[in-house]
Write a protein that binds this ligand. Structure first.
Ligand code: PHE
Length: 343
């Protein structure tokens, strides 16, 4: 029996395991009710008192060693498994990163930022205002008389059937807010989203974006307006771009004009983008009507100013040859990805 105990002690010492299942097999083999050590304990009962003392001590040593072994191996293996799990959660941060691709700016944002930066470089400050406006800021202050048919030029979405509150139809409303709250000289551009109650088609949408500009100071003239628009056209469309102004009408400017740029595709020769004319319309402009200045508490005998306003969708169409306005709003990734920077 002493030999048997010795042999088992060696076996316990030598035992190693990689998996919990192996440790459990070992425990059953050694320590379960019918295991080798338990069997030895049964045999031990049959010994005479002399042998019992010596063998008993050795048996207890064997049993404790086996128990320790089983417990130690179990905790070792469990620790290893936990470590592997947590290193799953926290991968090696020193590994080189996988490139996952990135989003891109919407073409409307790209062009808006470009327009903003052209004007910011010559001293215009960006101003913003609410998309839900009252009648005064969107129409009345801008010299739209109450029943004036000019209000029909811009079909309006009213908010909850209240004729006084509407979604702004142009960002000229922001200019009213600026004139109301600041003293000249004022040099600002207002980019923003505007809304008109129009049927959606390739050429029209009920939501679109504008950038409007306003400059008010002493002695501002139409020549200043022409100069700044000429500068914008060359910066945006290229040094060979030309502009021309056609007389037009807006309630808030007098005189008013429509601005055409030489067709950026055929350079003025005539193509199907410019319908053979060599020119494409890009914005409206004019000298701020004295009534508008007075409505905003600016002395029209001391100050004069110009304003202009362009649709960002239209300019973007010209820049990227987009032929359907609806593409800007559908968020089709196949369309948007074409504007992603190349890597
Ligand atoms: N607000 C005008 C529009 O939405 C554009 C414009 C702005 C015209 C400023 C002249 C001066 O059509």
């Amino acid at each position: 029996m002493v030999d048997k105990i010795k042999q088992l002690l060696e076996e316990v010492d030598a035992f190693q395991a990689e998996k919990l299942a192996e440790v459990e097999d070992f425990r059953i083999k050694m320590l379960s009710k019918k295991g080798l050590i338990s069997t030895l304990f049964n045999e031990f009962k049959t010994l005479g008192p002399e042998d019992k003392r010596e063998v008993g001590q050795q048996l207890n040593v064997l049993k404790n060693k086996a128990l320790d072994k089983v417990n130690n191996l179990k905790t070792q293996i469990e620790e290893r498994v936990n470590q592997a799990k947590s290193s799953d959660k926290y991968p090696d941060l020193t590994l080189p990163a996988d490139f996952t691709g990135s989003g891109s700016r919407h073409p409307i944002s790209i062009v808006r930022n470009q327009i903003n930066s052209i004007f910011e470089k010559i001293g215009f400050v960006i101003s913003e205002g609410p998309e839900i406006e009252d009648d005064w800021h969107n129409f009345s202050a801008l010299n739209f008389a109450d029943e004036h048919p000019a209000r029909d030029m811009q079909d309006t979405f009213f908010v909850e059937k209240n004729p006084d509150i509407a979604l702004r139809t142009h960002t000229s409303s922001v200019q009213v807010r600026v004139m109301n709250s600041q003293k000249p000289p004022i040099r600002t551009i207002s980019p923003g989203r505007v809304f008109r109650n129009e049927a959606i088609s390739a050429r029209a949408h009920c939501i679109f974006h504008q950038v409007e500009g306003l400059y008010i100071d002493k002695g501002v003239s139409f020549a200043d307006l022409k100069h700044v628009l000429d500068h914008f056209a060359r910066e945006f469309f290229g040094a060979d771009a030309r502009i021309r102004l056609r007389p037009s009408y807006f309630p808030f400017t007098e005189p008013s004009a429509e601005v055409d740029v030489s067709c950026p595709f055929c350079k003025g020769k005539g193509c199907n983008i410019c319908k053979g004319s060599g020119w494409v319309e890009i914005m409206g402009c004019g000298m701020v009507d004295p009534n508008v200045l007075e409505n905003c508490n600016i002395d029209s005998k001391v100050y004069s100013g110009y304003a202009f306003g362009m649709g960002i969708e239209r300019i973007t169409m010209l820049k990227y040859l987009v032929n359907d306005l609806r593409l800007y709003f559908e968020n089709d990734l196949r369309f948007l990805r074409q504007f992603a920077p190349a890597y």
